[in-house]
Design a protein around this ligand. Structure first.
Ligand SMILES: CC(C)(COP(=O)(O)OP(=O)(O)OC[C@H]1O[C@@H](n2cnc3c(N)ncnc32)[C@H](O)[C@@H]1OP(=O)(O)O)[C@@H](O)C(=O)NCCC(=O)NCCS
Length: 440
């Protein structure tokens, strides 16, 4: 068959997602969405995407909300919904409505997972859905003099049974309801169920699908990745809308509880879960669990720490000796990893804007903490900085660390591939390898 550009594109695309498929196999992911997704008619598309992830070997827990459905039921009964501090007050009628809405949505989800028509993404899919009394709840009680009645909070998640179900290859479905040892049902926030379950399972990811999707900075730009500390400061800043702030609170609670990554993605974008998982920058915001270390751009106070870190590497010839004055003058080119006031890692970016290229230089991690992913985090930050500066290729000159870079998407080049200004400075005695990475 003639090789068309479509074939080439298809193969390139499939190969590009392969690393993510390998990385996510066997990982536990909790996906949570509000009832708005169902009313917007997006349930089928989500179910198709989740079936695909399930087929790739991901262990999925799906949590749903049903606030608009409960409101609808309440209106049908001529009852008034009551809220306090954004939480529903669940009186006996509201509880009946909540049970009905949750039951109906649960059946719709189970039906959607049972599809298997040929010529649809669900052909040959066999996703078994297991739901049950996995969440123990306790009452919210009386707050500010308001009795929340049957509105509850998650007290415990039956991790053992959920793990068993996941290990059997099933997808676990959790409604926004929990039960107490007294045999009562409680109406729960789906975010609370999702967050508590993700923490209890020590999930690798928690994904919230929300109407607004993602968090934005002061300039209104989507923040695709944010660490816990800056996310908390953003919340305290008070500029986020109430719903986004609320979801971010839960995302942070999850990270605090040990979930490595919590994502907030737009429910209105078709395939948003796939885009978030398989594209480098995704389409939403990812909140990352903060290690005690902080990854940040360097300031003049860091010069001493950077020099202390790179001196031994310069002495043994791994790094080229850098002029101290130059480091001071160009310290803003550096990104550092600091832990308790000590610089444990650094890397610098030098832009050659005319050639749309950037040099990654001076990448170093303290030998005491090597092998924990700091090198990778520094590289990712430098890539982000390079992209933000409008550069489309990153190069590095190395004599001993070639394999490390090759494993991270760099490919061999020659000194001729370097920007002219840099080529003139190339040290032919040192015979460094030239490695180049295209920034997607
Ligand atoms: C290269 C360096 C920055 C990596 O930092 P790190 O925090 O250990 O990196 P990560 O934790 O992200 O990656 C560790 C992995 O890289 C591997 N690795 C470390 N040094 C390597 C090297 N020189 N060549 C190939 N692989 C290497 C480790 O074995 C480990 O592999 P594993 O994940 O399969 O166990 C660090 O080893 C370092 O400071 N080296 C000395 C300075 C240097 O060579 N800088 C590059 C100058 S161009």
């Amino acid at each position: 068959m003639a090789e068309t550009s479509q074939h080439v594109q298809f193969v390139a695309w499939l190969r590009a997602v392969a690393p993510y498929i390998h990385a996510f196999r066997g990982k536990t992911i909790v996906v949570a969405f509000g009832g708005e997704l169902v009313t917007a008619g997006r349930l089928n598309a989500l179910v198709q995407d989740l079936s695909l992830l399930h087929a790739m070997g991901m262990r999925l827990v799906l949590v749903f909300g049903s606030r608009p459905q409960v409101d609808e039921q309440m209106t049908l009964r001529g009852a008034q919904s009551r809220y306090h501090k954004g939480m529903r007050v669940t009186d006996p009628i509201a509880l009946e409505c909540a049970k009905e809405a949750a039951g109906e949505t649960r059946l719709d989800i189970e039906a959607a997972f049972s599809q298997g028509l040929p010529n649809t993404p669900m052909a040959h899919s066999t996703v078994r859905v297991i739901s049950g009394n996995f969440v123990t709840a306790r009452p919210v009680g009386i707050v500010d003099g308001v009795d929340f009645e049957q509105t509850g909070l998650v007290r415990k998640v039956d991790v053992q049974t959920i793990r068993l179900a996941l290990s059997s290859g099933a997808l676990v479905l959790l409604p926004p309801l929990g039960f107490s040892p007294t045999g009562e049902a409680f109406n729960l926030a789906m975010e609370d169920v999702a967050c508590s379950t993700a923490i209890a399972l020590d999930a690798d990811k928690l994904i919230f699908l929300t109407p607004s999707g993602g968090i934005t900075d002061e300039a209104g730009e989507l923040i695709s990745e944010i660490a816990e500390g800056p996310a908390r400061r953003l919340l305290e800043g008070g500029q986020l809308d109430a719903d986004t702030a609320d979801t971010l609170q839960f995302a942070l609670r999850a990270c605090d509880g040990g979930v490595a990554r919590a994502h907030i993605v737009p429910m209105g974008v078709d395939g948003s879960v796939l885009l978030e998982l398989f594209l480098h920058d995704g389409v939403g915001s990812m909140v990352v669990e903060e290690t005690l270390e902080e990854l940040r751009e360097a300031a003049s106070d860091d010069v001493g720490g950077i020099i202390a870190l790179i001196r031994p590497l310069e002495e043994d010839g791994t790094l080229v000796k850098r002029d101290r004055g130059l480091i001071e003058r160009e310290v803003e080119n550096f990104t550092v990893i600091e832990h308790d006031g000590v610089i444990f890692g650094c890397a610098a970016l030098y832009g050659f804007t005319e050639d749309h290229m950037g040099e990654l230089a001076c990448l170093a991690v303290n030998p005491k903490v090597q092998g924990q992913g700091d090198g990778e985090r520094l590289l990712q930050r430098i890539e982000q900085r390079a992209k933000a500066a409008g550069l489309d290729r990153l190069f590095v000159l190395t004599t001993r660390t070639g394999h490390w870079f090759l494993k991270r998407g760099f490919t061999p080049g020659t000194p001729d591939d370097l920007p002219r200004a840099r080529k003139n400075l190339y040290n032919w005695q040192r015979k460094s390898l030239v490695l180049i990475k295209r920034l997607s």
